[in-house]
Design a protein around this ligand. Structure first.
Ligand code: GLN
Length: 385
């Protein structure tokens, strides 16, 4: 067999997705890959049934069905207060995963440097390598994952073409403050770099923290490519609907990348998802309240194990320090948790650039009964392993 491309040696298959497969094999309660075990809103399911009998079974416009883009533009405008032109500012993609890849390929030439915080959502390193860019890692050190402005300045001094900002953060649960985002924007402006944001958890933020949309800050709009998805907001991770939002000249380029990567997101799902985008503000308030209750339930249970963790400010992940259990690596700990305890979490090392093996990432986007079942199993950790 001829050799495969050398760039593929630079990263492994997703540890998140592999952990889900292992969890399924052992019937563990799966708190690894972040997706809900409850249904999407009823209005969305009804729209999906109608879409099945509707006309949308062939290719949609590659950069998004016009009605879907209109609904999306209105929904984004409702939360950001900034007008969105559905024709000029948006490319609909297969999830934020494709949006990130398209944004990276739109912003970066092979050989360019891209700032990625560590820990980071594992796709970003692969996205950078696949687009030919080289990640420069800036630590967000546990347990508080505070932004180290000096380290960030030093990274910008290396002349990066872009910085990736996941906000609210996966896996940290960090919600960047307005002041932190303003500092990032100022550095990006000073060094003429793109800001690529990944914001699928925009509506999952716990009071008193608030989500600030980076692209709405002064000086940010013309250098920000927003990547986002409907997956988490409407509990439809399998629908693979996302988008890139940005200034028109960049969006024209991003459309080309998207067109040749995937042609388009699924047409009937775009049609059905319009119903979700038309939901009133109260839907989002209720969802935030539900996730707040799940967070309380799960963190209280975790506290009873005696293990320490960083309270997430947003998103639905929690990094738990499993070092008291005495495993050599987090991968061993994760395998033991799956096979012996019956609960799956992602080895934290898959998110870190540094050799960091103290953490397991659990998520709590699950029904109360599922979380209770997981907590009953995890309760035995109080006594050690
Ligand atoms: N964002 C989710 C996680 O971090 C899953 C994403 C995915 O597997 N595509 O677990």
């Amino acid at each position: 067999m001829p050799a495969t491309a050398t760039r593929l040696a630079g990263f492994t298959e997703s540890v998140i997705r592999a952990t889900t497969r292992l969890a399924n094999q052992h019937q563990a309660v799966n708190l690894s890959q972040g997706f809900p075990d409850f249904d999407p809103p009823e209005v969305l399911l009804a729209a999906l049934e109608r879409a099945a009998r509707g006309p949308s079974h062939q290719y949609a416009v590659t950069y998004g069905d016009p009605h879907f883009r209109e609904a999306l533009a209105r929904k984004i405008g409702m939360f950001t207060g900034m007008p969105v032109d559905p024709e000029a500012h948006l490319v609909v993609t297969c999830g934020s995963t494709e949006a990130m890849m398209a944004a990276m390929m739109t912003a970066c030439n092979p050989g360019d440097k891209v700032i990625v915080f560590s820990p980071f959502y594992e796709n970003y390193a692969a996205d950078a390598i696949l687009s030919g860019a080289q990640p420069i890692h800036v630590p967000l050190a546990p347990p508080d994952y505070a932004l180290d402005l000096d380290a960030l300045k030093a990274a910008f001094a290396q002349g990066p073409k872009a910085i990736v900002v996941c906000n609210p953060g996966n896996p940290t649960g960090k919600v960047f403050t307005r002041a932190e985002l303003e500092a990032i924007v100022a550095l990006a402006e000073a060094h003429d770099a793109w800001i690529i944001t990944d914001e699928p958890y925009e509506h999952i933020v716990y009071a008193p923290h608030e989500h600030v949309y980076t692209h709405t800050l002064p000086g940010a709009y013309e250098r920000t490519l927003v990547c986002n998805s409907l997956s988490k907001t409407y509990s439809i991770t399998g629908w693979r609907l996302g988008y890139v939002q940005g200034p028109p000249p960049a969006i024209r380029q991003a459309r080309k990348v998207h067109d040749f990567l995937t042609v388009g997101a699924a047409a009937p799902l775009q049609e059905a998802a319009i119903a979700a985008l038309q939901l009133p503000r109260s839907y989002y308030d209720e969802m935030t309240a539900q996730y707040t209750a799940k967070r309380t339930l799960f963190l209280e249970g975790l506290a009873r194990t005696g293990l320490s963790y960083t309270e997430p400010q947003g998103a639905y992940y929690v990094m738990v320090d499993i070092s008291p259990l005495g495993f050599a690596t987090d991968t061993e700990a994760s395998e033991w948790l799956i096979t012996e305890v019956g609960v799956a979490g992602v080895p934290g090392s898959s998110f870190f650039r540094e050799p960091e093996h103290r953490y397991i990432r659990f998520h709590f986007a699950k029904r109360e009964a599922t979380l209770q079942a997981a907590l009953e199993r995890l309760a035995r950790l109080k006594a050690g392993r």
